[in-house]
Design a protein around this ligand. Structure first.
Ligand code: MG
Ligand code: MG
Length: 632
């Protein structure tokens, strides 16, 4: 498809926007009028810049408050249109977007609107330009695509067609099913936008909170599918008004934008394939077809980057957590710790990739190792979705484990499933002799990595949601807002279908929370805590305390309140109170968990036990932890 993006979707000057859009591989742009009005240059100069970048101007937008106006205003608007047509001819823009009228002067008369749009189209036709009419969700008399289509149909002019924008339809919960009945060649242009589900005024929602497809909660795939079934073959474009995108570096936004279109195309392609026997019109455009999403099955390892001193203290902490040092790397200053199926790698290599990317002080997670049936296919998927591949230097007899760079710079390695639980470590590490029958005396009964929580800068959340969906094939859960004593935290879980891989994306809406302060140390996009699961949390906590692990204390008031909210056996409540264990219940099951004190003021661990099919992260208890940490 011809892929396009509205210049309003990015930060920067017009020239910077165009360069970012071209670098991300777009074919064209929608020129947002304000970007041209404030551009230091003529329409002809703009035309040359755009052409030099290999782009086209697909749409000039918006032209407002036109249809349904009383005669004097209508005549003036025609004059205004002629001046815009002059510009469009000079810059080589073939189409103007006319959005439905919001003026209190406009009258509710579809026949008049049709006649006036016909006249506008007639004038456009004289210059071989086209007019697209779009229903704004807050249009005074025309807010639905069905109403706009009725007007376009009545106007009956070859140079007038319909512009569809998924935001306006989906925000009003209007049914897109009727789109398939509109002739594809009368749909002149398609704007796609996603958004989080918010209960707010639709104009404010539209102007500040739209997002790229795959970042929000709308059924954008269903919408796009209807447009294709109608027989549409025009540009696939993004028009995103978003406060955060206006300040995010535009190169990153442009890559997210391209990734969102590729994801939208590939998802829609799959959906259409499943209804190929349908009697409706067959596909007439080529949709992006990347390698399938990888089959992932849990985290094999987590790698920490540390300096020499931190590596020692982190090692001591891991031993308290029940881990045993089981090996050293064949060629690097790297140590392996193990408990149950959990592998932690501490990388104190002075020149490692990890250390290069992070501040050399302290400790942070630099890589995740995800078990995967077909690592090369997973990397193929990732690079098709515009992620960067990373190949680490490999020593003799060591395995090459392909990796991609996640947003923010951490690596995600795809560990071949075929290696089994320990194959990778047997190859790359000199394993210390484990004496026959000797038990790890510190073992705390921790079995797997339950989830990894990331602390993200505010402008990284949408990027991560799309990355985990498009590259890793994860499903996003609901978005929650949690109270830290110094601000709000937004939290969203993402997981694969069988829940063997879970990530939690946390963003601080305030600069003053602990989450935000952790970010300023690590630069954002950092692992914030690691949750490890066990089969008997009371037994594990007792062993961990005996090892010297310190947990975040929980107020007695929490347990008094818990008893009023949830029907819990008094004996269980007493055990939780004594152990400092937190509790959450969903219809599917229970979650018992506890947080350790943080290491070097940053990263901490969570110990968790899932009962039944509990599918969340105890987020409602995070305020108890945050308040406790604040009172230390
Ligand atoms: Mg629009
Ligand atoms: Mg957690």
């Amino acid at each position: 498809m011809h892929r396009s993006i509205a210049t309003v979707s990015l930060s920067g000057t017009l020239r910077q926007k165009l360069e970012a859009v071209a670098a991300a591989g777009f074919d064209g742009i929608e020129l947002f009028e304000a970007d041209f009005i404030n551009f230091k240059g003529t329409a002809t100069e703009l035309r040359r810049i755009v052409a030099d970048l290999g782009l086209s101007i697909d749409l000039y937008q918006p032209f407002r408050d036109f249809e349904g106006m009383p005669e004097p205003q209508f005549r003036r608007s025609l004059e205004r249109a002629e001046r815009k047509f002059d510009l469009m001819e000079a810059m080589g823009a073939p189409m103007v977007l006319c959005c439905s009228n919001t003026s209190p002067l406009s009258v509710n008369d579809p026949a008049l609107a049709a006649a006036q749009l016909h006249e506008l189209a007639e004038r456009a036709a004289r210059r071989n330009l086209r007019v697209g009419f779009e229903a704004l969700a807050w249009g005074r008399h025309t807010s639905l695509y069905g109403q706009a289509w009725n007007i376009v149909k009545q106007a009956d002019h070859a140079h007038l067609g319909l512009i569809l924008d998924s935001f306006h339809t989906l925000s009003l919960k209007d049914d897109p099913a009727g789109i398939v009945d509109i002739p594809g060649d009368k749909i002149f242009f398609l704007q796609m936008a996603d958004a989080p589900l918010l209960a707010m005024d639709v104009l404010q929602w539209a102007r500040h909170h739209r997002s790229f497809p795959g970042q929000g909660d709308f059924d954008v795939v269903g919408f796009f599918e209807k447009v294709l079934l109608a027989g549409y073959t025009g540009p696939l474009s993004l028009e995103i008004f978003n406060d955060i995108f206006r300040e995010t570096p535009n190169r990153r936004t442009a890559v997210d934008a391209m990734r969102s279109l590729l994801y939208l195309e590939s998802e829609t392609r799959q959906r259409l394939a499943s209804i190929d026997a349908s009697p409706v019109q067959p596909r007439r455009v080529e949709l992006f077809h990347p390698p399938a999403v990888p089959a992932l099955s849990g985290l094999s390892f987590i790698e920490f980057a540390a300096d020499e001193a931190s590596a020692e203290t982190l090692g001591a902490l891991l031993r308290q957590l029940g881990f045993r040092r089981v090996g050293t790397h064949r060629s690097k200053a790297v140590t392996l710790y193990r408990q149950g199926d959990i592998h932690f790698i501490v990388n104190a290599q002075p020149d490692s990739f990890a250390r290069g990317r992070f501040d050399a002080h302290g400790t942070s997670v630099c890589a995740l190792g995800v078990r995967c049936a077909d690592p090369l296919a997973a990397v193929g998927r990732a690079t098709a979705m515009r992620s960067q591949r990373h190949d680490s230097p490999v020593g003799p007899n060591e395995l090459r484990v392909p990796a991609v760079v996640a947003p923010g710079g951490n690596l995600i390695h795809f560990v071949p499933q075929a290696l089994g639980a320990n194959g990778l470590y047997e190859a790359d590490f000199v394993l210390e002799e484990e004496e026959e029958g000797s038990e790890n005396s510190n073992d705390a009964g921790l079995k797997h990595i339950d989830h990894v929580a990331l602390g993200l800068a505010l402008d990284q959340l949408d990027t991560w949601v799309l990355f985990t969906r498009a590259v890793l094939g994860l499903e996003a859960g609901e978005s929650l807002e949690l109270a830290d004593p110094f601000g709000l935290i937004r939290s969203r879980g993402v997981a694969n279908a069988d829940r063997s891989l879970r990530l939690v994306l946390n963003v601080s809406l305030s600069q003053r929370t602990r989450t935000a302060r952790t970010l300023s140390v690590t630069g954002g996009g950092a692992v914030h805590h690691i949750a490890l699961d066990c089969e008997d949390i009371f037994d594990s906590v007792a062993r961990l305390r005996a090892n010297g692990t310190r947990f975040v204390p929980i107020s007695d008031n929490y347990y008094d309140d818990l008893a009023t909210r949830i029907d819990i056996a008094p004996e269980l409540l007493a055990r939780m109170r004594a152990a400092g264990v937190l509790f959450d219940r969903s219809p599917a099951g229970d979650y018992l968990h506890i947080y350790t004190e943080s290491f070097e003021g940053g990263l901490f661990f969570e110990v968790a036990q899932r009962v039944g099919n509990y599918d969340a992260y105890g987020a409602l208890n995070a305020p108890a932890r945050m308040a406790s940490q604040a009172q230390d």
